[in-house]
Design a protein around this ligand. Structure first.
Ligand SMILES: Cc1ncc(COP(=O)(O)O)c(C=O)c1O
Length: 340
C-alpha cells in the first residue's frame, strides 16, 4: 500500500492520471461487513481473482476470512508471500504444479483442484499434500463427471494426497437475474456435487459465488469474489452489495451529439457488455475511447465515472486502484496478483 500526498497533504481524485480505477470506501466497507455477517469466517473462502490485490485480501482476512480461493499459480505465490497462506485453494487445474513446491516448503497450506489422473500426479510430484476433487456441475469448464469422483479420490490417496473433499463451481447459474431460476439451477448443480461428495468423502464442499452466496445451502464454503467491488452485471441481481468499483475517465472531446472520454476497452473488461455512465448513454467503446451521449452538458476536461460490466477483467487491466472517500484518495493499492 502506498499513501499519496497532494498539496494539502491529501491527493484529490482530480490529480489522478486517467483512466484510473477507483474503489469507493463506504461501498467497499459495506460489502465487506454484509458478507462477513452472512458468511462469517471459514463459511466464505473469498476468491481473489476478482480484485487481484493483497491489500483487499488483508481486509477480508481482517473481518475473519483467512482461507482464500485463487485462480492462478501467481495468485497463490503472491498471497503466500504477503502472509496470507493459512489455507489457499488453487481452484484451477494445473498440469505443472512445480511452482507450488517452494510455497509449500515455506509454510503455506496449499490445496489444489484436480479432475484427472494427470493433474493428481502433477500435484503429487510438486509436493502438494492436499487436493479437492473438482466436479463438473453443469458449467462446461473443468471438473470430472460426478461418477468419476470416487475413482479420482482413490487415485489421489494412492499417491499419498489427502482428499479434503470436493469443489464444483456453478458458474452457469451466477448471472441468472431471476432469483428462483437461479436457485433451481444452483440446486440441480449441487445435486451433482452431493453425489460426487458421497464418493470422495472429506469435510469440504467448496462452491458458489456472489450470485449464489445465500442460495447454496450444500456448500460448506462459498468462493465469492465479485461481491467486494461489484459490477453492473451483478447489480441486476439485486444483491445487498453496492457498486464500489468505477473507472475515472477524462472527457477529451465533445461534439454536438456525443462526447468522448479516455476510457476504452483497454481499461474495461467488455465480455459482459458495455459499461455504464451515470448521466450518460454509452454508445460504444474502442481501444482508448468511450463514446457516449451525455444527458447533461459536458466539457473537455470534465471527469466522469464509468461503471464496468465485469469486475474481474477490468481490474486485471490496471496496475493500481485508489480507495476514495468523496474526492479524496485515502490509499493507493497495487494490483499485485496480476500476471501469471
Ligand atoms: C472457480 C470459481 N469460483 C468462484 C467464482 C465466483 O466468483 P464471483 O464472486 O465473481 O461470482 C468464480 C468466478 O469466476 C470461479 O471461477
Amino acid at each position: 500500500m502506498q499513501r499519496l500526498h497532494g498539496h494539502a497533504g491529501v491527493t484529490q481524485i482530480g490529480e489522478l492520471t486517467t483512466p484510473a480505477l477507483l474503489v469507493e470506501a463506504a461501498a467497499f466497507e459495506h460489502n465487506l461487513s454484509v458478507m462477513a455477517a452472512a458468511l462469517p469466517g471459514r463459511r466464505l473462502r473469498p476468491h481473489v481473482k476478482a480484485h487481484k490485490c493483497t491489500s483487499i485480501a488483508k481486509r477480508q482476512a481482517g473481518v475473519g476470512h483467512r482461507a482464500f480461493t485463487c485462480a492462478t499459480l501467481r495468485e497463490v505465490e503472491q498471497m503466500a508471500a504477503a502472509g496470507l497462506g493459512d489455507d489457499l485453494l488453487l481452484a484451477n487445474e494445473v498440469v505443472d504444479a512445480r511452482r507450488l513446491a517452494p510455497v509449500i516448503s515455506a509454510g503455506a497450506r496449499v490445496t489444489v483442484a484436480v479432475d484427472s489422473e494427470l493433474t493428481i500426479d502433477a500435484a503429487a510430484r510438486a509436493g502438494v499434500r492436499e487436493v479437492l476433487i473438482d466436479v463438473n456441475v453443469g458449467l462446461p469448464r473443468c471438473g470430472c463427471a460426478p461418477e468419476d469422483a470416487g475413482r479420482l479420490a482413490e487415485h489421489a490417496r494412492s499417491r499419498g494426497l489427502q482428499v479434503r473433499g470436493v469443489m464444483g463451481y456453478e458458474g452457469h447459474a451466477m448471472a441468472l437475474v431471476d432469483r428462483e431460476k437461479r436457485r433451481r439451477v444452483v440446486e440441480e448443480s449441487m445435486d451433482k456435487l452431493r453425489v460426487a461428495h458421497e464418493r470422495t468423502g472429506g469435510t469440504i464442499i467448496s462452491a458458489g459465488g456472489t450470485g449464489s452466496y445465500d442460495i447454496n445451502p450444500l456448500a460448506t464454503e462459498i468462493q465469492a469474489g465479485s461481491y467486494v467491488l461489484m459490477d453492473t452485471a451483478y447489480a441486476k441481481l439485486e444483491l445487498p452489495f453496492r457498486q464500489a468499483l468505477s473507472v475515472l475517465a477524462t472527457v477529451v472531446s465533445v461534439s454536438p451529439s456525443y462526447a468522448v472520454a479516455d476510457c476504452g476497452l483497454k481499461a474495461l473488461g467488455m465480455d459482459h457488455g458495455n459499461p455504464s455512465i451515470e448521466g450518460g448513454q454509452v454508445w460504444f467503446c474502442s481501444d482508448e475511447h468511450i463514446t457516449f451521449k451525455a444527458e447533461r452538458p459536458v466539457r473537455a476536461g470534465d471527469r466522469i465515472r464509468v461503471l464496468p460490466a465485469h469486475v474481474d477483467p477490468t481490474v486485471a487491466y490496471h496496475e493500481k486502484m485508489h480507495l476514495i472517500a468523496g474526492n479524496n484518495v485515502r490509499e493507493t493499492w497495487t494490483v499485485d496478483l496480476r500476471g501469471w
